[in-house]
Design a protein around this ligand. Structure first.
Ligand SMILES: Cc1cc2nc3c(=O)[nH]c(=O)nc-3n(C[C@H](O)[C@H](O)[C@H](O)COP(=O)(O)OP(=O)(O)OC[C@H]3O[C@@H](n4cnc5c(N)ncnc54)[C@H](O)[C@@H]3O)c2cc1C
Length: 181
């Protein structure tokens, strides 16, 4: 994976099974309609205007592609996952992020719920409460980790980028810095 940052923006190229894909992930608070691809295109283009490295190529590909995905990375904290006989699972309950672990955490949650129902076959209230208690514990640290990952992937400032690079370069698995045009 190749990652290029400017303050508040990132451009990533992922090998994605031999068919490289671009990801443009940036910080912003703008209101937008994620179904309105034209509005999304304008937002991406104005955010990345004048960007370095392969930014102009990525914008061109974005404009030409018919396989665009555009959305906000958001998470709503739901105070309760159950009401009467309704119970939330997966992203609806415990969304992590798009940086990994969301699918596996959804599957773990489903298993935890199934186990809780087996343990309380005649008392769905106790089963749901047991599921929520156990699964909240499981996802809490993952959700915290996603917040940290977002700062590593898209630092807000130039000094944040420098510190992030220094930390990654010091880690044993290493990241490789390529300085280029
Ligand atoms: C760009 C991106 C990259 C990601 N990368 C990763 C990754 O690398 N690893 C990872 O683990 N996770 C990743 N995730 C997160 C992962 O996709 C989710 O955590 C996971 O899909 C959650 O599963 P789910 O079944 O809860 O929800 P979803 O997969 O969102 O399924 C919900 C389903 O309900 C349907 N639906 C919604 N409303 C209704 C309705 N009213 N009636 C009927 N159906 C409805 C939707 O169409 C959808 O099919 C990524 C997410 C994104 C957006």
């Amino acid at each position: 994976m190749l990652l290029y940052n400017e303050p508040g923006t990132s451009l990533t190229i992922h090998p994605a099974g031999g068919k490289p894909g671009f990801a443009l992930i940036f910080r912003g608070q703008q209101d937008f309609d994620y179904r309105d691809m034209e509005q999304g295109r304008r937002l991406v283009e104005s955010t990345y205007a004048g960007g370095g490295w392969l930014t102009s190529l990525a914008l061109e590909e974005w404009g030409a592609s018919d396989e665009r995905y555009f959305d906000a990375v958001t998470r709503v904290e739901v105070p309760r996952w159950t009401a009467d006989r309704v119970v939330l699972l997966g992203d609806a309950a415990s969304c992590i992020s798009l940086f990994g672990e969301g699918s596996s955490s959804a599957i773990v949650g489903a298993k935890t719920l199934a186990d809780a129902i087996v343990a309380h076959p005649d008392d769905h209230t106790a089963a749901f409460a047991g599921y929520e208690h156990r699964h909240r514990k499981h996802v809490r640290s993952l959700q915290r980790g996603a917040g940290i990952t977002s700062h590593l992937l898209v630092p807000k400032t130039r000094s944040g980028i420098t510190i992030r690079n220094a930390v990654l370069n010091a880690l044993p698995f290493g990241s490789k810095r390529i300085d280029g045009p």
